[in-house]
Design a protein around this ligand. Sequence first.
Ligand code: GLA
Length: 406
Amino acid sequence: MGLADCVSVISLIASTLALENGLLLTPPMGWLAWERFRCNVDCDRDPENCISEQLFMDMADRLVEDGWKELGYVYVNMDDCWMARDRDTQGKLVADPGRFPRGIKALADYIHTRGLKLGIYADLGQRTCAGYPGTTLDKVEQDAATFAEWGVDMLKLDGCHSSLEEQALGYVRMSEALQATGHRIAYSCSWPAYRGGLPPEVDYTLMKKICNMWRNYNDIEDSWGRVVKIVDWYSDNQDVLQPLAGPGHWNDPDMVVIGNFALSIEESKSHMALWAIFAAPILMSNDLRDLSQDSRLILQNKMLIRINQDPLGIQGRRILKDSTMIDVYMRPLAQSAKALVFFSRRVDRPILYTSSLLKLNFASNRAYQTEDVYSGEILRGRKADANFTLLIVPSGVVVWYVIPMV
Ligand code: GLA
């Protein structure tokens, strides 16, 4: 049997199995190192910010002590550059001994004692994107067993330095290997992002069966332009992407970069609101030791978290895009509630935007309660056909949580 045949047989087998690990029934929330801390391995000159056990322990402490954990932010996720330059003599992955002197098992134990979960990073291929040891096909089972032995709770499997065939075999094989460990390890796959993110190159029927979440598109950076590019790509391709999301299987538009250097307060509010609408993982990549009060309030907004974590797990859609440059998004929620986001694409001046719930496809014979998620303002008895006018600032949002009144 040739490699191509092998690939299709494995895909066929996988497509008859569902990923039944019971994990990520709502999008994961927590913290992920990459966007903010990258591959900073210079612990001599920059001990506070280098990729080391101390960094992850610091973030775990902040999650617990600053009110994040009780809001659902429980993952502490490592990314590239945690490894030693080589595997050990048994071919096992090992953490860099200088930066992780007690090893990953000890770090996982610490994270677990604090009531949190640890995520780890590996790359299917010859080496990771930053050049550390990769997980080649012959290493998949061994690495899955190592992660399980260490008590890791989530794996992000990146896809640098691997061929299409290796990816087609390896992502499925890792899913099976993780299941076979008997440990509950959530599985985040970067495969689609390496294949353009869309069918026919990406087989999303298969993705749903083997992964709990997947990166579809390019990396986020600390830049509003990059956030908008991601928002546009997900919105422009929503007919393909939106139906994929659901409990246990999510699209991942990448980390949340609120609290860093580039985003204004209004842009940060928009970023958080749109990730809530997208049913996206909220994995913050920022420095929790040094966060402004504005950023904290946005990231800890209970209504937005409630929208993001809605148990139905239906991803929202852009329902209106027109010459006003106010894009409207809607996400259906449990108990007939809906979230609405009015997002200004304008970069010049605030806009007065007039609409009605009827125009946004709400049933005409009802009255609704609307809650402005950022200001907290509640209005009861709003008739579907009654016009309302909102002030929406440049690159900003107004977010409503809407429930029908009985
Ligand atoms: C890729 C991924 C990023 C990050 C880096 C690490 O670019 O998409 O999220 O994991 O690799 O090197």
